[in-house]
Design a protein around this ligand. Structure first.
Ligand SMILES: NC(=O)c1ccc[n+]([C@@H]2O[C@H](COP(=O)([O-])OP(=O)(O)OC[C@H]3O[C@@H](n4cnc5c(N)ncnc54)[C@H](O)[C@@H]3O)[C@@H](O)[C@H]2O)c1
Length: 322
């Protein structure tokens, strides 16, 4: 099918492009390249370089490509920027989404799949949260993701547009941008592979649920392809496995240490250090993805250990991008 991926030149979007091609679909990408990179996608995939806030250009892209399905990944995704600039966050994450939904309705798109976030919706949870856990967003970014889901629900009722929100846990893997504030795995890999120190915030006892980007992409493909009875529905996408940042830092450290030995470079990497705690960091966040497993047949391939090994390999081979 013809599938338009907004934010397709970014980390998760580019994994989605990859899996859609593998499964015989025809993807195209909308991206303003604010954090994405055209090198993340094959050169033959149409790339409409535009801002989703520019409704005129977005309309032209929809008219040109004529998508049957839309996968909406483009977003302002910095929590701290959303706190500093809530209007910017709302412009991209709410107004931009509304533009995408409007174009989808006007161009008879059958379904829109939306990148939501379990992390910011559920807040501090010590057991894996299910989809019916009440939303408790505290940052403007969380509020805009939550509002985004409400808009999806509204458009599906008002315009018979099928919509699906996938609430991701903490996503990691090849092509993640190590320059943002999220993406702790990418930041650790980039630093350690250059023998630079890594800093764990506070005591590091911050539990997260790490899920590999290609598994998240697969969840998007299944959500796009599966004929769901509901006009709007949500799925958690995560492993439900608790890992704190100290454990994560140690695992990435060991893998990078091994890599340094293999390549014969400096094998005495600096040990992870502790810095000040980051204000507002959740102590624990985990999602329960049993609904996605039973309804979409989602079956993640990567446990953290194999996923981290693959990610370290990628960052070692693609040092130029990191
Ligand atoms: N990475 C995670 O752990 C995580 C967790 C929960 C939710 N999400 C959501 O997943 C989606 C993808 O995130 P990612 O990690 O791949 O980040 P990313 O920054 O790699 O990808 C976002 C892409 O959107 C593009 N973009 C940003 N603003 C745009 C705009 N105004 N117009 C057009 N394109 C724009 C960027 O250039 C980039 O290519 C986002 O919606 C994010 O909120 C990510």
């Amino acid at each position: 099918m013809r599938i338009l991926i907004t934010g397709g030149a970014g980390f998760i979007g580019s994994h989605i492009v990859e899996t859609l091609i593998k499964h015989g679909h025809t993807p195209a990408v909308v991206d303003n390249l604010s954090s994405g990179n055209p090198k993340n996608i094959p050169a033959e995939i149409p790339l409409y370089e535009l801002d989703i806030c520019d409704s005129k250009k977005l309309e032209e892209a929809f008219h040109d490509f004529k998508p049957e399905l839309v996968c909406h990944q483009a977003a302002q995704m910095s929590v701290s920027r959303s706190v500093r600039e809530p209007a910017f966050d709302a412009r991209v994450n709410i107004m931009g989404l509304i533009n995408v939904l409007d174009q989808s309705v006007q161009n008879n798109v059958k379904k829109v799949v939306f990148a939501s976030s379990g992390g910011v919706l559920y807040g501090d949870v010590f057991e894996p949260a299910k989809e019916d856990q009440p939303a408790n967003p505290i940052s403007p970014y969380g509020i805009s993701k939550w509002a985004g889901e409400k808009y999806l629900e509204f458009y599906s009722k008002e315009h018979q547009l099928k919509t699906v929100a996938l609430r991701y846990a903490n996503v990691y893997g090849p092509r993640q941008n190590p320059h943002g504030e999220a993406g702790v795995v990418a930041i650790f890999c980039r630093n350690l592979l250059q023998s630079l120190p890594i800093t764990v915030n506070g005591d590091g006892k911050y539990i997260r649920d790490y899920v590999h980007g290609s598994d998240v992409a697969e969840a998007n493909r299944l959500a796009l392809e599966t004929d769901l009875p509901e006009s709007f529905t949500t799925f958690n996408i995560g492993m439900g496995t608790p890992t704190d940042v100290n454990q994560l830092a140690e695992q990435v450290y060991q893998l990078c240490q091994t890599k340094a030995r293999e390549t014969g470079s400096d094998d005495s990497l600096p040990h992870p250090d502790h810095g000040p705690a980051r204000a507002g960091d959740l102590r624990s966040n985990l999602v329960d993805a049993s609904k996605a497993k039973s309804i979409l047949g989602w079956n993640p391939r990567f446990e953290l250990e194999s996923g981290l090994a693959e990610t370290v390999d990628w960052f070692a081979e693609n040092a130029i991008q990191s």
